[in-house]
Design a protein around this ligand. Structure first.
Ligand code: MN
Length: 237
């Protein structure tokens, strides 16, 4: 058994992110983990408050460098999400990865023994690998949103509308069935020995949702007004 921790949807650099409040908890969780999975949307290039894309890339790598440096004995995995799969960032990240002994990056998913980690943007609709590729191709070249849209979302968060929006878009049964559809399509379903799946993206915390032989877990999101959990898995390798 290995102690594996995971977190998703920190949305660092988005004004509505509350991730910085959770840094001490994140460091403690990593200190107790042999393996730690960053499960996508760690950084938010769509809503970055920094001056430019380049500045956001630099700040993201600096943040990662600090994190990896503080925990040299932990094996980190970074599974990309839709908000951090920007081509310019993933190119810089892959160069950075080659200089880091304890970091491995994964564009779509990571399997550790009987457990699968994926960001969860496959919950948008029923997707196979090709469908996810099509969805991601939009985000790879996505430009940062301007002040007006940022203001609209600020207002939605103030009024707490975002909670209802996520709840309506992703009822647990629907989200989990779509994630299941994807993992079956890539041959990583229960027949292949998978028993647990960790995903994020939907911003709806799931403490363990049983669906046809698999337990699904979601830590929620470190955004204003939403439930957020750093999760711990016991993975048989
Ligand atoms: Mn996402």
């Amino acid at each position: 058994m290995q102690s594996v921790g995971t977190v998703s949807d920190l949305h660092l650099f988005c004004k509505r992110s509350r991730a910085l409040k959770h840094m001490a908890a994140l460091d403690s969780a990593i200190a107790e983990s042999d393996v730690f999975v960053l499960n996508g949307d760690v950084f938010d290039f769509r809503w970055s408050v920094l001056a430019s894309e380049e500045e956001t890339i630099d700040a993201a790598l600096e943040w990662l460098d600090g994190l990896l440096g503080r925990h040299p004995d932990c094996a980190f995995h970074y599974v990309l999400g839709n908000h951090d799969c920007l081509r310019s960032f993933t190119e810089a990240l892959s160069e950075f990865e080659s200089t880091q002994p304890n970091l491995t990056c994964h564009p779509y998913y990571l399997r550790l023994g009987d457990t699968l980690f994926l960001h969860g943007d496959v919950a948008m609709r029923n997707m196979d690998a090709e469908g996810l590729e099509a969805y991601r191709s939009f985000w790879r070249y996505h430009k940062r949103k301007g002040r007006l849209m940022n203001w609209v979302w600020d207002a939605a968060f103030l009024l707490n509308l975002h909670r209802g929006i996520h709840r309506m878009a992703f009822p647990p049964q629907t989200a989990v069935a779509r994630v299941r559809h994807y993992i079956d399509s890539i041959g990583e379903g229960p027949e292949s020995g998978i028993t647990s799946v960790y995903f994020g993206h939907t911003h709806m915390a799931l403490p363990g949702y049983a669906h046809e032989g698999i337990q699904f877990f979601n830590g929620g999101a470190a955004l204003q007004g939403l439930e957020f959990n750093i999760l711990r898995a016991r993975v048989s390798l």
